[in-house]
Design a protein around this ligand. Structure first.
Ligand code: HEC
Ligand code: HEC
Length: 431
């Protein structure tokens, strides 16, 4: 039941308290002092940042180009963002890259859809949904949908030839410090680049640039494991999503053609103070994973067995033990159940975005953790979806989008008896 080891948050009655705050709890083994730090960090995660000079406060520096004014606008109640409907929602981002993974020379790595007065936002993404459905052998029909993006009002000129666009919703913030505490050597030991064991599932580590250590290290965070640490991912979010510079990223996300943006570089550099950075990162590293529910029910146990026999566990690796951290017992040597191998897998053309990120290709994604997944909609609302762009409205649709190395697993599930298919879903609903 304790998906996050000793950090796990357990509700008193799992049936009646599927609450909106399920992802917002502190790791339960924090000390009182650490709880205060967590609460302080929470305030900076939640409250909107203001434009510079509008008010005298440590919370200024928003923009000039940005997507949202607060972390929480995208990571809704510390959970996932909403998939866009017709235009880009506030809780997803649109990344751009050339075929070789380089940023677009005009727009950079990400389209900033908002701007302060006097500046032009980069573009207006329009989203179109292509609907389809699949009929399984016994007559059950599963609806599927896939988003397409068209960029309107490109205010700084056309995108480079051969660019790709990748729509991504914000993932949940739970358990990130635990994932960061898994030893790199343990993740590397799980790599199976050429599928040497012949089970049809390979899996490799993304090797990414660490801005902190100026070295290539293993990627852990983001849908393609493109970022090595909570710190780098979070400070990049400050820069790219909110327009706040930090020690690690001391500039605004302006490219050389965006002269207004360049001219507005803040005189206070970096805009994010070290003190705020510290509490914010403490917060981002210590959001508790909620406990499992129904772990001993008959249909859940049957679903768990299927999860293994269908090959889901080949990527969604159930458990890990975090490394020994002598100066941070909270996250040290915890037995955790994230259901991810932290590796990239070819997921087929249906999920491919045509954008590479370090060694991850367009069709490759990091196995999404499944811990706490039963609470995703309780936290974020019915419109919350699964997979990197939030397209899947429920677990069945999420499974049916699994292709590439996961195709055999998907087909095995689809050809089960209806009863057994449901048992697997019950298992997911217990995580
Ligand atoms: C405009 C929306 C948006 C805002 C604002 C935003 N994020 Fe994110 N966040 C995302 C998206 C989208 C991803 C997935 C990125 C990817 O796959 O490249 C993400 C990923 C992350 C991750 C990695 C999670 C994981 O499971 O791999 C962390 C940590 C994170 N964000 C922290 C923050 C912090 C801290 C802030 C505020 C400074 C913030 N984010 C603001 C959209 C946002
Ligand atoms: C080859 C590896 C692989 C196998 C096998 C696999 N998955 Fe996945 N799974 C992934 C990856 C990678 C993602 C993220 C894909 C994306 O976001 O586009 C994912 C995403 C998911 C999600 C959505 C999670 C989220 O946070 O949105 C669910 C649910 C899921 N898988 C369940 C299953 C089940 C059930 C099975 C077995 C029938 C299975 N998976 C088999 C790799 C795999």
């Amino acid at each position: 039941m304790l998906s996050g080891g000793a950090t796990t948050f357990q509700k008193t009655n799992p049936d009646v308290s599927l609450s909106r705050e399920s992802y917002s709890q502190a790791a339960v083994n924090l000390s009182i002092g650490q709880r205060n730090k967590f609460a302080l960090g929470n305030a900076f995660f939640t409250a909107p940042w203001q434009p510079e000079s509008s008010v005298e406060s440590s919370r200024t520096g928003l923009g000039p180009l940005f997507n949202a004014a607060a972390c929480q606008d995208c990571h809704i109640r510390d959970g996932r963002g909403h998939p866009p409907t017709e235009s880009l929602s506030e809780s997803s981002v649109l990344r751009v890259a050339l075929i070789n993974g380089e940023p677009d020379p005009i727009y950079g790595h990400q389209i900033q859809t908002r701007a302060l007065p006097g500046f032009l936002p980069e573009a207006v993404p329009d989203i179109y949904w292509q609907n389809s459905s699949v009929a399984l052998a016994d007559g059950e029909t599963i609806s599927m949908r896939k988003p397409f993006v068209v960029l309107e009002q490109l205010h700084y000129g056309p995108l480079a030839d051969g660019h790709g666009l990748s729509l991504r919703v914000a993932p949940a913030m739970i358990g990130l410090g635990l994932l960061e505490s898994i030893a790199a050597s343990a993740i590397l030991a799980g790599e199976d680049v050429g599928d040497s064991d012949g089970d049809g599932i390979s899996g490799r580590v993304n090797r990414v640039w660490s801005q902190e250590t100026s070295a290539t290290v293993i990627g852990r965070f983001g849908w393609k494991a493109g970022q090595p640490s909570i710190r780098q991912q979070s400070l990049l979010a400050f820069q790219q999503d909110i327009g706040i510079s930090s020690q690690l990223y001391p500039y605004q996300p302006c490219t050389s053609v965006q002269t207004d943006c360049l001219a507005s570089q803040s005189s206070i550099r970096p805009e994010l103070s070290d003190e705020i950075e510290e509490v914010l990162l403490f917060y981002a590293s210590h959001l508790a994973v909620p406990a499992r529910r129904w772990h001993d029910r008959k249909e859940v146990l049957a679903g768990k067995a299927l999860f293994h026999t269908l090959g889901c566990a080949g990527c969604h690796q159930p458990s890990w033990r975090t490394a020994r951290l002598d100066n941070h017992p909270v996250l040290s040597e915890q037995l955790i159940w994230p259901y991810t191998d932290m590796l990239l897998h070819d997921m087929g053309e249906g999920l491919a975005d045509g954008v590479s990120e370090y060694s991850a290709q367009g069709n490759e994604w990091r196995t999404a953790p499944l811990w706490g997944v039963h609470l995703a909609k309780a936290v974020g609302g019915a419109e919350v979806g699964f997979l990197h762009d939030g397209r899947a409205r429920d677990f069945k649709e999420a499974i049916m989008w699994h292709g590439g190395e996961a195709q055999a697993s998907r087909e095995a599930w689809a050809s089960l008896k209806r009863d057994d298919r449901e048992k697997l879903i019950w298992f997911l609903k217990s995580l």
